[in-house]
Write a protein that binds this ligand. Sequence first.
Ligand code: HEC
Ligand code: HEC
Length: 298
Amino acid sequence: MNTQASMHTQQAAHRVLVIALVATGFACAAPLTRTAAAQDADISEETVEYFRLNCTSCHTIGGGRLTGPDLKDVAERQSIEWLTTFIVDPKRVIDSGDADAQALFKEANGLYMPTLPGMTRQRAAALLELIAYESTKEESRFKGLQISDRPLTQHDIDRGQRLFEGTEAIASGAPSCLGCHTIDGTGGFGGGRLGPDLTDAFSRLEGRKALASWLAAPPGLTMQPVFKDRPIEGEEVLALVAYLKSRAEAGPPATKQGPLEFLIAGIAGVMGALVLFDLIWRRRFRAVRRPLVKGTTR
Ligand code: HEC
Ligand code: HEC
């Protein structure tokens, strides 16, 4: 009994530390007030941490739409049963033809919410309790990131490119993006294929605010474990957003290169096929990885 209690305290202390680390680098509310608030509503610190790591990249509570809808009062729009089933396997509910899910999917420009690592019905229910509790507050701690909305400059674009390519290190020690991503033109064929091509990530993820939130707490099985303890800090996020925005606006180089167009289209076809194989492969890989990831995110 006694040892259990002290283990519990240790775990709790560890969680507070992790949250503090994650919060470093982007100006957020103080972690201590978060702990107190979570205890008020009898919501476990683990649920709060899980939401922060897995959901805030795409959702706010009361801060407006990011890649996904604002979750404030979501339980007034849908039943808990529907929401639980949706969170556990969004793609399945959307593909089943469910009218409400189809409407959400359309509003999100056809982007599927992913199934998050270690998701169970029990966890989904706990998250919905947290969302309901946060919705009663005038200002939820998940209202959104306080990343500056100052204008983006050429300086940001250049720095973003250096951070992307790894010629300037990310301060937290996180690996550069090019190891796993390509972008039209830069890195050419040298970029990694583990992650998707990011040329149109800016528009796909619905612009500056959504992309910045995404980068401040990347979700997903591959990026989350890498960036969880090595977050990208606010100014770096802005630089990367500026760079990805400029790449999205420049459009694919194929349209400017006339005779090369065919060659590039051909290569793009091959790359597309590779990405497809990659996806298939990743899905199989995921089945093996999931239990491992689950172990570490608990
Ligand atoms: C990569 C972005 C992304 C992440 C991460 C994400 N979501 Fe979503 N979420 C979406 C999108 C997009 C939709 C709209 C439906 C669709 O297109 O899949 C959505 C829809 C929802 C809905 C239904 C909203 C409504 O208005 O009915 C709920 C609830 C939800 N998400 C909860 C969560 C929770 C909880 C997490 C964390 C465990 C999470 N989401 C993580 C993108 C995301
Ligand atoms: C360890 C490999 C890895 C590194 C390093 C990495 N990513 Fe990713 N990234 C991925 C993978 C894989 C995905 C697909 C989602 C998933 O499974 O996590 C992804 C998805 C993304 C997405 C979402 C794209 C979309 O359209 O859905 C963005 C944006 C992104 N990464 C940006 C970056 C940036 C910027 C960096 C550098 C700071 C970076 N990534 C570093 C592997 C990586």
